[in-house]
Design a protein around this ligand. Structure first.
Ligand code: ZN
Ligand code: ZN
Length: 261
């Protein structure tokens, strides 16, 4: 499994990074490469085209309906309807996300005739739901955020050894038991740390660096990748707190970097 950071900026796109977007790729037993996009936040559809044809990925999984996680679904719909793939009669693209995400696409696209939505085959997912796409299997857990939100565990073939590997993406969430349970024993945890290290913050929205590191430690994950740090926050402070809490070095999710799992 290969995880490429397309966008990692928290809350809005930043000068050096689009908002939340991650490309996960794996090869099946026949050598076909399968591609899954986790989140398609504001600004991500541009650089995603460096790595693949977004119109032809195998599925999109979206954590929740905030613009920094889903805004470019409307752009993807445009690519599929009017871009180079438009003449290829593509089947609707598998889209997994929390309830109401389909209406968010309509709101963003502004298409009252629902043509933007028709390019997707949407299934609402919630706590405990599972799905399979090619060599990938997904398990979802409820995240703790002001809108319906999910975290996702992606299992697929390892690129490092025979057998499976697993990646858990928190989406946006405060620390909660559902996400802890989902992350338990994962090979890699891609965890948000949306709150700046210097602030006292309200509950039920984001984690800070300490909480992301503590979650990784308590879940016993093999690797912690910290993401969703806002562009106006110095990541060094967040990463230092995460490292102390996790008890081992952590990685910052930097656009353009690929993590082999
Ligand atoms: Zn966010
Ligand atoms: Zn959010």
């Amino acid at each position: 499994m290969r995880l490429t950071i397309v966008g990692s900026a928290g809350s809005t796109a930043g000068p050096d990074a689009p908002a939340s977007c991650y490309l996960v790729e794996a090869d099946d037993a026949d050598g076909r490469t399968w591609r899954i996009v986790l989140d398609l936040g504001s600004g991500a559809i541009g650089p995603l085209q460096r790595y693949c044809d977004p119109a032809r990925v195998d599925a999109v999984v979206v954590s929740h309906g905030h613009p920094d996680h889903c805004a470019d679904l409307a752009a993807l719909s445009v690519l599929r309807r009017y871009g180079p793939a438009a003449d290829d009669d593509l089947a609707p693209l598998t889209l997994l996300g929390p309830e109401g995400l389909d209406q968010r696409i309509v709101q963003i696209a502004g298409s009252e005739d629902l043509t933007a939505l028709a390019t997707f085959d949407f299934t609402a997912v919630g706590d405990g739901d599972t799905a399979t796409v090619g060599p990938f299997s997904f398990t979802f857990a409820r995240a703790w955020h002001p809108v319906p939100a999910v975290a996702v565990r992606v299992a697929g073939p390892s690129a490092l050894a025979d057998g499976p590997t697993s990646l858990v993406f928190t989406g946006d969430t405060d620390r909660c038991d559902e996400v802890l349970g989902l992350a338990r024993g994962a090979d890699a945890l891609l965890a948000e740390a949306g709150w700046a290290h210097s602030r006292v913050n309200p509950e039920g929205i984001h984690m800070n660096g300490t909480q992301a590191g503590t979650l990784a430690r308590d879940a016993g994950v093999g690797e912690l990748i910290v993401t969703h740090i806002a562009s106006w926050v110095d990541p060094a402070g967040t990463l230092e707190l995460a490292t102390v809490a996790y008890g081992a070095p952590v990685t910052h999710a930097v656009p353009g970097e690929t993590h082999v799992l």
